[in-house]
Design a protein around this ligand. Sequence first.
Ligand code: B12
Ligand code: SF4
Length: 531
Amino acid sequence: MNNKNSTINKKSALLINPPVYDFTAFDLWSKPLGLLYLSSILKQQNVEVEMLDYMDRHFAGSVILRSNKVATKDPGLDSSGTRFPQNDGQRYGCGHYLKTHVPKPAALKHVPRHYSRYGILKETAKSRLRALKRPDLIIVTSIMTYWYPGVIEAIESVRNVFPNVPVALGGVYATLCPKHALETAKPDFLVQGGLASLNEVFEQLAIPASVQASFACFPAPDYTYYNRCSYVALRMSMGCPFNCSYCAQRTLCADTFTAKTPERVFEEIAAFAAKGIENIVFYDDALLYDADKYIKPLLRKIIASGMKINIHTPNGLHLRYLDLELASLMKKGGFASPRFSLESADARLQNETGAKITNEGFERAVAILKQAGFKNGEFTIYLLMGMPGQSLKDVEESIKYVHSFGGRVSLSEYSVVPGTKDFQRQLQITNYELQIKNNKTAAGKNYERQLAVSTNSELLRGAKQRSNLDFPNAGLPRPFSARNDGQGRDFANEPLLHNKSVFPLFETKDWQEIMRIKNLATKLNALTAED
Ligand code: B12
Ligand code: SF4
């Protein structure tokens, strides 16, 4: 085949990371990693690829949308070759997005907070799109389910500029809410799950079906689209051996744990470090799993190479896999402020939600961290707030507990995520409540017993014992307690209600108490840092 023909026949794809609609958004090392892997895979198959990332914080200052021709430039440099500082005032490359206040959608009217659109402006995006050549396929990703308004906006914009080009939608929202996504965002086709289900995309782009799509064989993610890159996110592995009641990783990553070899991941990191990237961010669900085989050899290589990088783990690490050798390697290898998951210091909640850790395990791990050289305040512990059956008192006690061991606390507000055990339970409760509502005679004394039977959930029985509120309201998501209540508050069919800021399991009267507890965590963190 001559070169001219191969260029003419070359297929092209346009990748889109939509803007975000939310109460709050901050770039805590957030990149559309699925798309960036997909970009490398498509380029390997000789597909011409362009990308528009609405959430690129440094996009506004860029002169042209990067094309493949200039895409190999150092991501630490701007288009004129000037090196930019690795962050814009925030530590380790994190920072604020461009933000525009917008009206709250009906389903969120009851939440007393501003609602905003984050990301590059619609007009800027449109003019960038117009500067591109018509692709053969448009590939849109989606991250949080409750960010779907951005997906709708992106698909509408891209269809305006490129009518009749097929649009494929994938990612977390598409995988967890496929029916909603098909009906609401209306892509031409939807891809659920990881890259193992890429057949339809490959078909559109005339890629042979034989292409291997196991994560272990993925190339490095493609960061060539970014004029400035203050950090690089990647993964060593996909999957996790646990199956916690609030987590959808089994639905997203299938039931397998797959990892790249340490050699391969080291090469990826070394290549980024050579381009001036100082902050490496792991998105793994279980980065420390099977440590002797994966993370330990990787860290040994990083240490031996002498490269100076900071390693970040915004997705909490497993405390149970820590041993002294691993903690020492983490310290020497550049873990800046490792984040671990405890979620709650309440043994019963730990057990009921998946038993990934116990307090004994936590205390053992903290002792190891300290032995390895991590001081008080140099490690962060995630706690969940608002789990079913969890009272605010539980949260307060957990904060004090973590602090007493020298850990900084990062509070994560609980939300019900589709594709999880908690979501299924919630659905059962909601359906049961509806029955009660429609059949008043079933209410009353039988309610509690029937509820427990219908959900078969230890968790809910625990809710009654622990909460200060009167059952049956305790542990039940008030805003969701009736489906289709005329205000769109239907958590099963309205992903906006999966937003963590909705505080699904607390009543509005608790807001002040919630703020007090958040402030307590902040105050204790400041004290921990001074220790
Ligand atoms: C890393 C991570 C984060 C990072 C940032 C992620 C980001 N990019 O912005 C941080 C730590 C900041 C974060 C925060 C939170 N997260 Co989070 N996070 C994850 C995690 C572990 C990985 C997501 C990811 O990027 N994966 C990497 C890429 C490679 O995978 P991917 O995007 O799914 O793409 C794959 C395929 O779908 C495909 N693909 C992607 N797009 C497309 C498009 C097409 C067309 C095709 C063909 C294929 C394709 O390619 C990829 C390769 O297989 C997931 C769990 C998980 N295992 O997925 C939770 C997850 C997404 N997070 C979740 C939650 C709950 C949160 C928090 C709310 C936690 C909290 N209470 O504070 C916050 C919310 C932050 C906010 N601003 O609102 C939930 C989802 C909630 C929801 N309703 O959607 C998840 C699923 C975890 C869970 N609990 O089950 N998170
Ligand atoms: S251990 Fe973490 S990643 Fe694994 S299932 Fe539980 S919450 Fe999800």
